[in-house]
Design a protein around this ligand. Structure first.
Ligand code: SER
Length: 430
């Protein structure tokens, strides 16, 4: 099934169930204390907290969306099978007097089973086992069982895995129940206790998080009951597409494959030879397209720094792949083609996006080669003089100041050679 069709099926399903479809909010959230939108619920925060009326603000108590999200926490991990900067989240909400656990669970199983035809006997779920004065979610255990999920496929976890939110220090949050898909023994570790959240393997993929929001976390850390209960759910879209398209990695789905093929056209290498570099280039350019189309510009601070960091990392790996000049233009155009129907702003901002990336590339290309020479020199001197394998804060700062190397890039390059960087020392130089 094509990714476009999956998105549409989700939104159509919830529309039919009486949900109002709300367009994605921008990656820059209205709450400016947060760097980026990282979850579908963020644009609904005030109504979920009971501070505003969902009927007045959104015209309905039951809502669904496909939301653009951007997470910075995993930037360094991008290059493996699963991590991304930009991703999409499908979600449905019931705010205040709508439905709660029963309907949320029924809808989820109906959508996965009847609409997407995921085999029910490969579905496992997790529930909140109770912790920190918040009781165990017995209701969900019963509802899952009533809906045909046997007890042995219902696993219990604590706060860390099965309690969601808030996004910031305070706000609406609650126990959650997650749906996992069993990819089968071939993906497993063989351990008899293998299941969702297995520390040894990726056999069980988390697909859908159903949050039963009943609490507000206060400044003093207390969890206080919300005046009304809510449902807040989220599906990691890329993961769902990977399962439905039966691929081992998200980079092989139709969301990424056209981009990977474009890089192959521009490089003498093929994807299989250097997956990491290919993935970094395509993920980061895709992320940059969305950040720039929502108004972020490269800078030395905040959101702009994140954009600069991913652009410069992709430029470094484009060099590893020896991509032809203006390599980013076909990648930007292809990203726009993949997403313009659902997020038309990317098409509207096409020229701006190309210009911003071009300027950043011209700037960084001038210093990248010299910086790499300087970096190698530094390592050689340290090895020769048998100095510690730590690149000092001042040295990292010099690479940043004189050659435009983001600290994280120096760190990554250093780690590849068995060195560390003094990140704290670097911060003190500012
Ligand atoms: N807020 C939850 C999440 O982001 C469910 O949407 O996972």
């Amino acid at each position: 099934m094509k990714s476009e069709e999956i998105r549409k099926k989700f939104l159509d399903f919830f529309k039919e169930k009486g949900h109002k479809i709300i367009p994605s909010s921008p990656l820059i959230p209205a709450d400016s204390t947060v760097l980026f939108t990282i979850a579908g619920m963020q644009q609904f925060n005030s109504v979920l907290a009971g501070e505003e009326d969902p009927l007045k603000k959104f015209g309905s108590r039951t809502l669904a969306s496909c939301q653009k999200c951007f997470r910075t926490i995993d930037i360094g991990e991008v290059g493996d099978d699963t991590h991304h900067t930009f991703f999409e989240m499908l979600g449905n909400w019931s705010i205040g007097k709508g439905y709660f656990k029963e309907k949320a669970i029924e809808y989820a199983l109906e959508f996965f089973g009847d609409i997407l035809k995921l085999e029910k006997d490969r579905i496992w779920v997790t529930i909140f086992k109770g912790e920190k004065g918040i009781s165990k979610d017995e209701d969900s255990i019963q509802i899952w069982q009533e809906n045909g999920i046997p007890k042995e496929r219902i696993k219990e976890f604590g706060m860390e895995d099965n309690f969601w939110g808030p996004v910031t220090e305070t706000g609406p949050c609650g126990p959650c129940s997650e749906i996992y898909f069993d990819r089968g023994e071939d993906f497993g570790c063989g351990d008899k206790d293998c299941g969702p959240n297995c520390p040894n393997c990726q056999r069980f993929v988390e697909l859908w998080n159903l949050v039963f929001m009943e609490y507000n976390k206060e400044r003093d850390g207390r969890y206080v009951k919300l005046p009304k209960k809510n449902v807040d759910t989220g599906i990691g879209f890329e993961r769902l597409v990977t399962i439905l398209q039966n691929k081992e990695s998200t980079y092989e789905t139709d969301l990424f494959l056209p981009l990977v093929q474009k890089v192959e056209d521009l490089s003498a290498k093929v994807y299989k030879e250097d997956k990491k570099s290919f993935r970094i280039v395509v993920d980061h350019i895709r992320g940059a397209v969305f950040l720039i189309s929502d108004g972020v510009l490269p800078d030395n601070l905040g959101r702009g720094y994140v954009l600069r960091r991913i652009l410069r990392r992709s430029i470094k790996y484009a060099k590893v792949l020896e991509l032809k000049d203006y390599w980013y233009v076909p990648l930007i155009k292809e990203t726009i083609k993949i997403y313009e129907k659902i997020y038309p702003e990317v098409r509207r901002k096409e020229t701006d996006i190309i210009n911003v990336v071009q300027k950043e590339e011209e700037k960084f290309k001038k210093t990248l080669d010299k910086g790499l020479v300087q970096f190698e020199k530094l390592l050689k001197t340290k090895i020769k003089e048998q100095k510690s394998k730590i690149i000092g804060g001042k040295e990292v700062f010099d690479l940043y100041q004189s050659y435009g190397f983001p600290m994280e890039l120096t760190k990554e390059l250093a780690e590849e050679k068995g060195f560390q960087v003094d990140a704290k020392g670097f911060q003190r130089k500012f």
